[in-house]
Each structure stands twice: as C-alpha cells, then as structure tokens.
Ligand binder design. Structure first.
Ligand code: TRP
Length: 337
C-alpha cells in the first residue's frame, strides 16, 4: 500500500550512468525495483552524467543517451511527480560537495576501490584523477540528500561503505551533518550475467552478444538468446556450475514474475532449444511494450525538458540545504543575505 505519511518516509537515492546501453540486467536488478520503491519512499533518481566522463565519451552520444535514459525511466513507470528525476550536471551542488569531501577522503582509501583498479586496468591510457575520485562524487550524490537507503548492485557496495566512512569522519569532526546511508541490495536472483560469459555480470559496455539492451529489437533478442552459452547437459534445472542455464532461468523468472522452481517445472522434459525460445519470447514481449512507450516519450522533447527542469529545481533546493551546512561547518565565510 502506498505510504502517504511523508513525515515518516525514508529517502532513497540512486543513479545510472548514461553511458553504454541500459541492459535487461539494469532493468531486473534496478529499474523495476525503483518503480516499486516510489510508492513507499521519497526517491531521487539521478542520471549521473558527471560520472560518465571519467571514461572518454563521445559528446553527441552522451547528450543523446542522457535523454534516452530519462525516457527509459519514464517508460518503465518511474513517475516524475512521485520522484525527483534529474541530471547530475544540472545540480552544481554535486560538484561542490564532492570537492569538500575530497579533502576528507584518503588517498589510501581510494586506492583500495576495486572498481578503480578494474577500470584503470581497462583504460591504462586514461587513468585520470576523476576516475580515482569517482567514489567521492558518488558519496556527494548520496550525502547531499541525506539519503537513508541506496539501491545498488553488489559491485557498488564498496562505494557505499566508503560513503559511510567519509560521512562518519566528517560528522566526527564537525558534529552531526550527514545521515549515514545504508546500501539496499536486491535479493539473490536479480543479478543478470553475460550471455556469452555467464560467470561475469552483464555489462552495459558489452556490444557483442553478451548483453541484451533494453532497446534491442525482437530479432536481435532471439539471436542473442539462441547463442547464449549453456552446458552440454539437457535438463532445464538450476544447479551449481550450470551458469548459463541458471542465468537464463533467472531471466525467465524475472520477466514472467515466476519463481525459479515454477520455471523449472514448466520446462520439465523439454530441451534447451525450446527453453531458449521461450526466454526470448517473454523478454521480447515485455521490452517491446517498454520500447513503444520509450519512443512515445522520447518524441516529446518539450516534456522531457520540463521534467528535467522541474527535477533539478527540486533536487537543487534540497542539495543547497546540506551544502550550506557543510560550508558553514568547514569555515567558509558566508555573506548574509
Ligand atoms: N557508481 C554507480 C554505478 O556505476 C552509479 C552512481 C553514481 C550511483 N552515483 C550514485 C549509484 C549514487 C547510487 C547512488 O552503478
């Protein structure tokens, strides 16, 4: 039931980068939960474009993708009236707080971030300072809004822990300033793996056959799922070591809102071929409906702009409150109005 008691409502902050293609992993693991959360929490759903430039981006593409992510948020049912939806670069307080927090974050802490180490290894030609301090900008995103909960995948948990450490450190020096946020990690069974390397997470930057984009057409979806890696067995059963089949079962269960056990039952006595076709079918059907709404939303640029304007104004108002407090506490001289 909808919790209309706004006094008691907790605040949620989460964000997706407008780089790469939003995948069915992002959908099942994040976006679809965000829709549910909007009825119970005060949610801020950000498109974190400032994070994206830690890796070199094509400017036209970044601009286009930013609007596409917004249209996707809307298409899956995230309501711009119920939530604050905005672009990170539209609210300057993110960069401003990030600078302050940089001065309360240790070089050693950032050096230990596994995502930094991975990305640095992947882009050895561009290990820039922004890539290194990326988690500090993320901490600023969260702490600006005094968020209670941060829905993220397992891979972001370390960044939330760092956010808590930074907040506790700051509070320890200056007194209560930031709420200490908790990660909100979806249950097992929502982590979607690559179709070609099912021991790795399905990735937005995978342009081969490993990832299904929310915007893939039916033929592409069928082709990718048909080619998905499976084992040499034949039983459609979830089991240790059968990563490919386990992943397809997870996808099927996710899209049909069934349990893994129900899905297994459905395919008793059937082979991998039939199963794969069924998976492709349910994915293509649901994505088809979302894409129709996505296209409708994307065509109305005026409305998208109005949503972004309204979202960034509401976000900026909240963010200013925290930033002013921080500026006072660290000793910046403030001109009284
Ligand atoms: N780093 C997150 C990711 O890559 C995106 C992100 C940026 C984020 N700021 C955030 C997620 C704040 C949650 C809260 O997935």
């Amino acid at each position: 039931m909808e919790n209309t008691n706004t006094e008691q409502r907790k605040t949620i902050f989460s964000g997706i980068q407008p780089s790469g293609n939003i995948t069915i992993g992002n959908y099942l693991g994040a976006l679809r939960n965000w829709v549910k959360l909007q009825y119970e929490y005060d949610c801020l759903y950000c498109i974190v474009d400032m994070h994206s430039i830690t890796v070199r981006q094509n400017p036209a593409e970044l601009r286009r993708r930013s609007l596409e992510v917004l249209a996707l948020y809307l298409a899956v049912g995230i309501d711009p009236e119920k939530n604050i939806i905005f672009l990170q670069s539209h609210v300057p307080a993110h960069a401003e707080l990030a600078w302050v927090l940089n001065c309360y974050t240790m070089f050693g802490e950032l050096s230990r971030m596994t995502q930094f180490k991975d990305k640095a290894a992947k882009h050895p030609e561009n290990v820039n300072a922004g890539l290194f301090t990326y988690p500090v900008l993320m901490a600023a995103d969260i702490l600006l809004y005094q968020a209670d909960l941060v829905p993220v995948g397992q891979d972001q948990k370390q960044h939330i822990e760092l956010t808590r450490d930074i907040a506790e450190r700051f509070n320890g020096i200056y007194g209560e300033t930031f709420k200490i946020p908790e990660p909100y990690i979806p249950k097992e069974g929502t982590k979607i793996m690559s179709l070609t390397e099912p021991t790795k997470k399905m990735s937005k930057s995978d342009t081969g056959g490993g990832s299904i984009s929310m915007l893939d057409d039916r033929d592409t979806i069928v082709r990718k799922i048909k080619r998905a890696v499976t084992d040499s067995g034949s039983e459609v059963k979830y089991a240790e070591g059968k990563d490919g089949i386990n992943n397809l079962l997870t996808i099927y269960a996710g899209f049909t809102r069934k349990t893994i056990a129900e899905a297994e039952k459905e395919f008793e006595g059937k082979g991998y071929g039939d199963f794969k076709l069924a998976v492709a079918e349910v994915v293509a059907d649901e994505l088809g409906r979302i894409q129709a709404e996505f296209n409708r939303r994307l065509a109305d640029k005026e409305q998208l702009n109005a949503i972004l304007k309204n979202g960034s104004e509401r976000a900026a108002y909240l963010a200013r409150k925290t930033l002013s407090k921080v500026y006072r506490k660290v000793g910046f001289y403030i001109l009284e109005k």
